[in-house]
Design a protein around this ligand. Sequence first.
Ligand code: FES
Length: 127
Amino acid sequence: TRVEYLNYEVVADHGWEIDDDDLFETASDADLDADDYGMFLAEPGETLLEAAEQRGFAWPFACRGGACANCAVAVVEGELDSTVDNVLTDDLVDRGFRLSCIGRPVSETLRVVYNVKHLPGLEDLRL
Ligand code: FES
């Protein structure tokens, strides 16, 4: 899976929104740090968090087992398998939030905003 990622901190700093139509195009034009925006390939079977870590990124996490929301990401495009039991409410899942510590990329391409743990609804679930 080709994963394109963006740090929520950058989104907030620029006054962008997660549901902006051209969020990733705007980000790719913005000359951001590789920590904040870029792409990597995830191998089959890897969770998204493992894949990011394998490639040298330090994304937020705490429990690594679906019990908090520190590792939450917003999926903007593509699919992250989330069949494992976890703390996210149906409403958060409907809005595209997933947990990177248990979510495995299943689509060919994936666009995610990571570091969304401070957003309303996710904050209360953190450890
Ligand atoms: Fe706690 Fe992912 S790190 S749910």
